[in-house]
Design a protein around this ligand. Structure first.
Ligand SMILES: C[S@@+](CC[C@H](N)C(=O)[O-])C[C@H]1O[C@@H](n2cnc3c(N)ncnc32)[C@H](O)[C@@H]1O
Length: 448
């Protein structure tokens, strides 16, 4: 299979089986013999088409006799692939994008429709790309709805409910910036492990293999890579535990918790261990960190990370936190209630701050799921809070930008727990402001 055939196969699975884009791609690429450049193209096509699905459908609607949703499913995907290359990829000549799409139609048994593919893509090329003013979305101009939220949703390819959520909070100009930011390829940040290396050592080792990396000023120990790095496990320092991959916003969570050597910390939703291992590094690997998570397979990834980083203070344990909500005391070997110096609840969430990393997430989440998650987060926070000693700090964090999962969860908890208080304002990281993942971080203090 060539790159475009493989991309089509991946898109078929994502659309028809509702499969996760990253899992489908990982599986297909693991079993293919494509050269690295073609593997990169497959990822670019699959993630790009998945992300821009709504815009691409709207472009089909401009040129085809039948709407995108009435097209034969494979034809629609082939048109998505062709239009995506024409509209959003600069490195593929339009003639190649059109020719390979026509070939793809022939290869999958749609030989009678090659004329349709050719006609739609050429009509798009003439209207959007020929002439002095190249504007990939020009064909949409006269067809966009008058409702500005729907229009923005079509141009940037987001569902209306998400655009409305941000519009109400940020206004039109910033919503547009945020949508555009989420459509960019994600950057890669590292967290240097101070027990094994320092920032300069890592920068130098990466420079030696041609990867520029620079410190992120407001986050100690964080580096941003200046270009795509390929297989990160092959980079210098990975196997030696000098660094981990972690976005700068996620790194900030542990800085806000500020765990100290010798303390007992409970990380309530710990897997795959990004923040647990960060805590152990900050605590010089001295103390006791309980890494709890309900999914044993995710905890196995945590254990791999712990081993690679050479940490000893972490105690992983598979447990559903909700099973403890009525418990007089947690079962052995868990520590008793009110015995932790610090608690972290990095709660499961809708991930609306990391939509750039998960191409299909914008189509998966719904307002109903957000409400369900908010309910779960409230219940988890009640259990997590029981572990904290009087007078100490708990940090609640999510990588979402939905107030129902953030401010509302905190407010509802504080309303029901008068001996707790918010320690200062939350940190709400907007990606388009700070050029990193969206996050919400709130410190809570037990005051009795
Ligand atoms: C946001 S992720 C945690 C990421 C992790 N802190 C890190 O930095 O790598 C949320 C985690 O909560 C776990 N989780 C969800 N419901 C849970 C429950 N009822 N009890 C314990 N863990 C739960 C999920 O398995 C998931 O690993």
């Amino acid at each position: 299979m060539n790159a475009r055939q493989l991309a089509l196969l991946a898109l078929q699975k994502i659309e028809r089986q509702n499969a996760y884009a990253d899992l489908v791609l990982e599986h297909l690429l693991a079993h293919s013999r494509l050269i690295p450049a073609d593997r990169h193209l497959v990822s670019e096509l699959v993630y790009g088409v998945t992300r821009r699905r709504r815009t691409l459908d709207a472009l089909i609607d401009c040129f085809a006799r039948r709407s995108a949703h009435q097209q034969p499913p494979d034809l629609r995907l082939i048109l998505h692939l062709g239009l995506y290359q024409l509209a959003f990829l600069d490195h593929i000549p339009p003639s190649a994008a059109i020719h390979t799409s026509v070939e793809l139609a022939r290869q999958v048994g749609l030989g009678s429709l090659t004329g349709v593919v050719n006609g739609i893509l050429r009509a798009y090329q003439r209207q959007a790309l020929d002439g002095a003013e190249k504007d990939p979305l020009k064909p949409l101009q006269d067809t966009l709805p008058t409702d500005p939220i729907q229009a923005l949703g079509i141009r940037h390819s987001f569902p209306d409910w998400l655009v409305r959520l941000w519009w109400e909070r940020l206004g039109p100009a910033e919503t547009e910036q945020l949508c555009a930011w989420f459509n960019r390829a994600p950057h890669l940040d590292l967290r240097v492990n101070p027990l094994r290396a320092d920032v300069n050592k890592v920068i130098q080792a990466l420079a030696e293999v041609g990867i520029p990396a620079s410190p992120i000023p407001e986050v100690p120990g964080a580096l941003r890579l200046g270009r795509p790095a390929g297989d990160i496990r092959a980079l210098p320092g990975f196997a030696q535990g000098w660094w981990s991959v972690q976005d700068a916003s996620a790194q900030q969570v542990v800085h806000w918790l500020d765990p100290q050597p010798g303390e007992r910390v409970i990380d309530c939703c710990a897997a795959p261990g990004g923040k647990t291992t960060h805590m152990a590094e900050q605590m010089q690997d001295r103390g006791e960190i309980w890494a709890l998570d309900r999914h044993p397979h995710r905890l196995r990834r945590l254990e791999e990370n712990v081993q690679r980083l050479g940490l000893r203070s972490i105690r992983p344990l598979a447990i559903d936190l909700l099973s403890l909500s009525a418990a007089a005391e947690p079962p052995a070997p868990l520590p008793p209630w009110q015995s932790a110096d610090r608690v972290l609840l990095d709660a499961p969430c809708s991930g609306l701050g990391t939509l750039h990393r998960h191409a299909d997430a914008r189509w998966r989440q719904t307002p109903d799921q957000v409400q369900e998650l908010a309910h779960l987060q409230g219940r988890l926070l009640q259990v997590a809070a029981r572990w904290l000693k009087p007078g100490r700090l708990l940090v609640y964090a999510t990588c979402t930008l939905h107030p129902a999962e953030n401010e509302a969860v905190i407010q509802s908890f504080l309303n029901r727990h008068p001996h707790w208080a918010a320690e200062g304002d939350p940190l709400l990281i907007w990606p388009h402001h700070q050029d990193r993942d969206g996050f919400f971080i709130q410190r809570l203090r037990r005051c009795d």
